[in-house]
Write a protein that binds this ligand. Structure first.
Ligand SMILES: Nc1ncnc2c1ncn2[C@@H]1O[C@H](COP(=O)(O)OP(=O)(O)OP(=O)(O)O)[C@@H](O)[C@H]1O
Ligand SMILES: [Mg+2]
Length: 258
């Protein structure tokens, strides 16, 4: 990327020194992040210096009013969008490395393999069925050859996840042939397909009734118990937030403690 400084031997040394401390660094950090949308000539500041740390294995809930910037912050954490340009935009770091400092390839790997993203509005592909939508994240994370070699195992995993989320009878349905809650569950299965280190979940149970939502969160919690997954979950539901180890709130563009 053009705004990346050229690496000098001195900087390489610095990076090596930095790496030594990475084991102690929080897994995921937002440092003084600013995000301003531009609508025509109007600037819409949404994040105004938001900072948060997420430790490895932690489950953090982000609460905040509608429009407070929760989805925006989650997209930045997942490398799907970038903070305002430097200087002043702040930064997102994963395991001690700034996303802005990553090569395009490393950032792609981060998005595809390390992070599982559950979108608020699902983003399922309309022409693919439930099974294919779920397998899509595995396709993105593997090379063609590796995907082909593991196809059977990956299909079995997708089927097992979808079954766990009550979708065993819906594998061949396309998104338009599903209820809103069923679409949401496909989006969750897809995000978990690659056993991501970090699950970034945007209102993952927002469209589910309490009983179904609780069952899904029980399943997510059980998977996390097995894998030690880190979870950042946006919700407007205090009861859902109570499942997290820690709750933070987004207010006036900054993160305040829960
Ligand atoms: N692409 C965009 N261009 C301009 N403004 C945007 C854009 N995306 C979001 N916004 C504005 O940024 C603010 C924060 O949006 P965001 O989606 O992050 O809120 P949220 O906290 O997730 O809300 P909700 O709880 O309703 O999902 C909103 O006021 C929204 O209108
Ligand atoms: Mg949102």
């Amino acid at each position: 990327m053009s705004d990346r400084p050229a690496t000098t031997p001195t900087e390489t040394g610095l990076h090596a020194a930095q790496r030594r401390t990475d084991a102690d660094a929080p897994m995921l950090r937002a440092i003084d992040v600013r995000k301003t949308y531009r609508l025509g000539r109007v600037n819409v500041p949404v994040l105004r210096g938001a900072s948060m740390d997420v430790q490895r294995g932690e489950w953090v809930a982000i609460l905040g009013a509608s429009g407070s910037g929760k989805s925006t912050l989650l997209h930045l954490l997942g490398g799907l969008d970038r903070p305002d340009a430097p200087p002043g935009g702040g930064e997102i770091r994963f395991e001690g490395t700034g996303l802005r400092d990553m090569s395009r390839r490393a950032l792609d790997q981060y998005r595809r393999r390390r992070v599982g993203f559950i979108f608020q509005f699902y983003h399922l592909l309309p022409e693919l069925n439930v099974m294919e939508n779920t397998l899509l994240s595995a396709m993105a994370a593997h090379s063609m050859g590796a995907y082909a070699a593991n196809r059977g195992g990956l299909r079995a995993r997708a089927e097992s996840l979808l079954g766990a989320f009550g979708l065993a009878e819906r594998l061949r349905h396309r998104p338009a042939e599903l209820s809103g809650g069923e679409r949401q569950r496909v989006a969750i299965a897809r995000a978990l397909m690659n056993e991501p280190d970090v699950l970034l979940a945007d209102e993952p149970t927002g469209n589910l009734d309490r009983k179904t939502g609780d069952a899904i969160l029980d399943r997510v919690a059980a998977l996390r118990g097995e894998t030690g997954q880190t979870i950042v979950m946006v919700t407007h539901d205090e009861e859902v937030a109570r499942r997290a180890d820690r709750v933070v709130r987004l207010e006036d563009g900054v993160v305040v403690r829960g």
